[in-house]
Design a protein around this ligand. Structure first.
Ligand SMILES: Nc1ncnc2c1ncn2[C@@H]1O[C@H](COP(=O)(O)OP(=O)(O)OP(=O)(O)O)[C@@H](O)[C@H]1O
Ligand SMILES: [Mg+2]
Length: 359
């Protein structure tokens, strides 16, 4: 990245009592991108946002904005705005007063304030609620007001901590689309925290996967899904079979592996392992195919159980000595006759991307 808008350089946060919240975080955030911090509870997502916003002083490292060290700056002196999980609207003010407040603090003249409030409300589709009391609004409407309040002062960067977690599934999905549309329309850099991988995959330009105060991987949603770098990322994003596989040799620039009888073929890159050496390889359930008859590349399997997933079936099957694999298969034709105990033959789709995973 040429000139990031914001850069975290070896940022460390050790809390009183020795709890390590963040451990050497290096992160560049580009102007105009939608970046998501994703990871399990306690991995340091909120702490990262708070360090960027200035609510938390790092115990090591620096925060740079446009190349300038802003580590000592107070929150109010940073061109950054935060939408908190509970929205934190002022209950005694109506919708327009809530949004206007930041403009008033900045001593914007009343006529300009009214124009900006109207534009911000229009952007979140809430123009008809301009005079409503905050307490009369639904969760989704409060969410929109909180967004309008955050964007009205035109921050360089908007930080959102689990902004949609209070909403029901349907509204949440609708708000994800709107949030993305709002972000592209404004061209503002959004940094959002979530622990919902589906949300992160559907909304982000890039995702930062965090684990234990460290960054595991930074990549686009498709890259994270297709090429997770570590076991942790592979098991956190979607469902992944993590198979112990032995190297069985090179053939036509492909590395051949054997995972308890299942044949895996991976484009050769870097140094090949020694013959018989073991690697952990990720295989997506949708990349394992079922055949009724044995073929040169298939391996025998026995169906252990089947779970109905709407248009797909999720099948757990056992191969080789006792390796359990998960298979997602469309519910059609002969697969609908499968049941526990059925003997099948399985193979990995030829064009599947099967990542070799670091520990
Ligand atoms: N003020 C604090 N004092 C002590 N420890 C803290 C403090 N704030 C956070 N921590 C610790 O730092 C770690 C990271 O916390 P953080 O709130 O950033 O996690 P998170 O990824 O946002 O989790 P969640 O998904 O549960 O919100 C945790 O182990 C947490 O207990
Ligand atoms: Mg948090």
């Amino acid at each position: 990245m040429a000139d990031p808008l914001l850069r975290l350089k070896s940022v460390r946060k050790e809390f009183a009592g020795g709890v390590i919240g963040l451990d050497a975080i290096d992160l560049d955030i580009a102007q105009g991108e939608f970046l998501t911090l994703l990871g399990p509870s306690g991995c340091g997502k909120t702490t990262t946002l708070r360090v960027i916003a200035g609510f938390e002083a790092p115990t090591g490292g620096t925060v740079l904005l446009d190349g300038r060290d802003i580590t000592p700056l107070r929150p109010y002196d940073r061109p950054v705005n935060t939408v908190f999980q509970d929205y934190a609207l002022f209950p005694h003010m109506n919708v327009s007063e809530n949004i206007e407040f930041g403009l008033w603090l900045r001593k914007i003249p009343p006529a300009d304030r009214r124009k900006k409030v109207a534009a911000a409300l229009d952007m979140v589709g809430m123009s008809d609620k301009i005079s409503a009391r905050v307490t009369e609004l639904s969760g989704g409407q409060r969410q929109r007001v909180a967004l309008a309040r955050a964007i009205v002062c035109e921050p360089r960067m908007l930080l959102l901590d689990e902004p949609l977690s209070a909403l029901d599934a349907h509204l949440r999905e609708q708000m994800q689309v709107e949030l993305k549309r709002l972000q592209s329309g404004l061209g503002t850099t959004f940094v959002m925290v979530t622990h919902d991988q589906t949300e992160a995959l559907s909304i982000s330009d890039r995702i930062v996967v965090m684990h234990d105060g460290r960054i595991e991987q930074i990549a686009s949603p498709a890259t994270l899904y297709d090429r997770p770098a570590t076991r942790f990322v592979a098991s956190f994003i979607g469902t992944m079979n993590l198979l112990e596989a032995r190297f069985a040799g090179l053939s036509e620039r492909m590395m051949k592996f054997d995972a308890d009888g299942l044949h895996l073929s991976i484009p050769a890159a870097g140094e090949a392992p020694g013959l018989g050496e073991s690697r952990t390889i990720g295989v997506r359930p949708e990349d394992i195919l079922i055949s009724a008859v044995a073929g040169p590349a298939t391996t025998p399997a026995r169906v252990a159980n089947i779970v109905f997933h709407g248009k797909a079936l999720r099948i757990r099957a056992v191969i080789g000595t006792a390796t359990e694999i998960v298979i997602d298969t469309p519910r059609q034709g002969e697969t609908s006759a499968l049941q526990a105990g059925t003997n099948i033959h399985v193979y990995v789709r030829q064009d599947a991307t099967c990542p070799v995973l670091a520990a």
